[in-house]
Design a protein around this ligand. Sequence first.
Ligand SMILES: Nc1nc2c(c(=O)[nH]1)N[C@H]1C(S)=C(S)[C@@H](COP(=O)(O)O)O[C@H]1N2
Ligand SMILES: [Mo]
Length: 330
Amino acid sequence: MLIRHSRASDVLSSEITPHSVLLNRREVLRAAAATGAIAGLSPFMLSNTAVAASQKLPNVIKTKWTEHALGKDDKLTPYDDVTSYNNFYEFGTGKGDPARNAHTLKPKPWTVVVDGHVEKPGHYDFDDLIRGHDLEERVYRFRCVEAWSMVIPWVGVPLVKIIKRLGATSNAKYVAFETLADIEQMPGQRFATLKWPYREGLRMDEAMNPLTLMAVGLYGKVIPNQNGAPIRLVTPWKYGFKSIKSIVRISFTEEMPPTSWNMSAPREYGFYSNVNPLVHHPRWSQAKERRLGGPTNIFGFTPKRPTLMFNGYEEEVANMYHGMDLKRNY
Ligand SMILES: Nc1nc2c(c(=O)[nH]1)N[C@H]1C(S)=C(S)[C@@H](COP(=O)(O)O)O[C@H]1N2
Ligand SMILES: [Mo]
């Protein structure tokens, strides 16, 4: 997402994926596949290299969400699009920047600090945080506030399972997340495009909703750096920017936590950020979206499609917002 757009047409031009970026990414993947030396090692042991990102995750469980009836036009977005057209400002503000630059991120070893109103606070090694949980595959729609969308087969652990094991106390009303702050690993942090570290948060019931996923992979493979290695949030009924990447802190708080986009442009990005075709961003409509890699018309363009209330997850999440004015709580 960008906060400097002044016209909707700027948003559209930013959606075009430079072909060279896609080609570069494919070449990297092909080169990675060619090095056979990695076979047999645990994917998490390898998650600090480009090669690791193409490593298959073991024992991924299929769930009802794997098969979840998306619309008949909801085809999976190709892997190359999912991993080469990204928002990750720690590596630059261009859509191709994260795929080009995120090789400097070292997702192994990785520590996640758990603190606040929780029974088992501490510094958790990433593997320990995930250990013992099934890795589930879940095919979710994903919609960026900039009006492009994708369909992604994530692999991860429902956040509710992690929270239950950590033991949030009754004082915990919100969960706050922080991304790594490290100018060496994240060269985009030299620029004040946002206040670092990147911050996001959920209300406790949102965090405990069965849809909310902590993703560690996609397409059955270890999550690539540009998509938020080694662990990122996925909340499919909210705009993409809620899906904070490369998480190093999970805090259980009593107060609503500050969030990066709200801090930088409070009029444009609220705490809830639920996908809602009726509540527009102040500078552009949210009624429609363009599916990356979606079917093209005779002119070779992917036509826009209507955006669904709560991104199509109304049945699962609408009850959390009963009685709330969604125009005010945007
Ligand atoms: N740390 C961090 N997390 C982030 C962002 C970011 O800039 N930094 N961008 C957000 C935005 S605006 C979007 S749309 C999604 C993009 O996720 P993707 O690149 O995996 O599609 O990541 C979100 N998470
Ligand atoms: Mo976004």
